[in-house]
Ligand binder design. Structure first.
Ligand SMILES: Cc1ncc(COP(=O)(O)O)c(C=O)c1O
Length: 359
């Protein structure tokens, strides 16, 4: 790829020229034979990214759609929401808004979810499902999903619902091996696609549980997605241009290889950490919870985070501002998707220049 990336938002991330071009292809009937074969070919490749022998499904909508659908379809009653940032808290809001009794365990922002705390909670009370966010984009904290899922499975028969919105394609997530029941990934993050689609997997056990829940809605019914998917069809008119981009990008992702892609993201994270330490930036996330796809940083004394974001924009570089209460004190570098080391180095040297001017 010859394109130089100067766009480091933690979503939407940079989309290659090839993926953007793919979206300009002519429309096709979404109930036509060609679209059915096209969808089936996506369905053959997507499970490799979702790391499942089951279905790799696609919904038209943003990631929040499948967060809500997972709760509606999989939990008849009590849900435990593990909250360590803005997006895990969104899952708590969703659970309450659809009328499911919800308990929240709040971990400090910037810290990972602690599997031992989850274990203790599950010994005290029975839940239908537990929600957790793999990579809290708001704080740059990544949680140990394998250990959390093990704790949930050992202590209960609650379903494990995982938001992998900003980690899928950038950090290891093993749907089948770790026993995850629903895993959903955003396309506009580490998969480096335009917003508009959600990709997800659902376990057999979650499907069986959903079948016993009477009112799952229409657009929010995971069984409807699954059954239509198996038949090569979407549940409603899909975002066809985004599907074309997904087709193009799946080839790119699988050509790189999942292990290599995770490895590249890990190197980008390490480089950011080394640079931050050398330049007096501190991480807002705990040392044992560093996200591989987004670094949430506090600038050195005398440098205002929002001012720095603005200065970088003036130089043609986009980074994310802080989120929620952390808006005034932090900024976020999304080193995800198609970002290469040379792109990141370009950004870091521009930050160096901006800081030297500011200080
Ligand atoms: C971890 C996480 N979960 C959920 C969402 C919500 O995604 P969407 O805006 O695509 O619904 C985001 C968006 O940034 C996110 O980062």
């Amino acid at each position: 790829m010859t394109e130089k990336i100067q766009f480091f938002l933690p979503g939407p991330s940079y989309v290659t020229e090839a993926a953007r071009q793919a979206m300009t292809k002519p429309m096709v009937g979404h109930r036509s034979g060609p679209f059915k074969s096209f969808r089936l070919s996506l369905g053959e490749r997507l499970p490799k990214v979702l790391r499942t022998a089951g279905d790799g499904m696609i919904a038209t909508g943003s990631s929040t759609l499948i967060m809500e659908s997972a709760v509606i379809s999989c939990a008849a009653s009590e849900v435990l929401n593990l909250v360590n940032g803005a997006f895990s808290d969104r899952w708590h809001s969703i659970t309450r808004s659809v009328g499911r009794p919800a308990d929240k365990i709040a971990f400090p922002w910037g810290e990972a979810v602690d599997p031992d705390v989850v274990r203790t909670a599950l010994r005290r009370k029975k839940y239908d499902a537990v929600t957790v966010v793999h990579n809290e984009t708001s704080t740059g904290a990544m949680s140990p999903i394998a250990e959390i899922a093990r704790a949930i499975r050992e202590e209960s028969d609650a379903l494990v619902l995982v938001d992998s919105v900003s980690s899928l394609g950038g950090a290891r997530i093993e749907t089948d091996e770790w026993g995850l029941d629903v895993v959903l990934g955003g396309t506009q993050k580490a998969l480096a696609l335009p917003p508009g689609l959600v990709v997800f997997a659902m376990s057999e056990r979650a499907g069986e549980r959903a079948a016993k829940i009477p009112h799952r809605g229409f657009y929010t019914d995971l069984l409807r997605y699954r059954d239509k998917h198996r038949d090569g069809g979407p549940i409603t008119t899909p975002a066809i241009p985004q599907f074309y981009a997904l087709d193009r990008q799946l080839d790119r992702i699988l050509a790189e290889g999942m292990e290599a892609r995770w490895g590249r993201h890990a190197l980008l994270e390490r480089r950011t950490e080394e640079w931050a330490a050398a330049r007096g930036f501190s991480y807002a996330s705990a040392a044992d919870a560093r996200s591989l796809t987004v670094s949430c940083l506090r600038p050195p004394a005398g440098v205002e985070a929002p001012g720095l974001v603005k200065k970088l924009a003036e130089r043609g570089y986009t980074v994310g501002g802080g989120y929620g209460d952390w808006k005034p004190s932090t900024f976020r570098i999304g080193h995800m998707g198609e970002v290469r080391m040379s792109d990141l180095d370009g950004l870091l040297s521009v930050i160096d220049g901006a800081i030297d001017g500011v200080l």
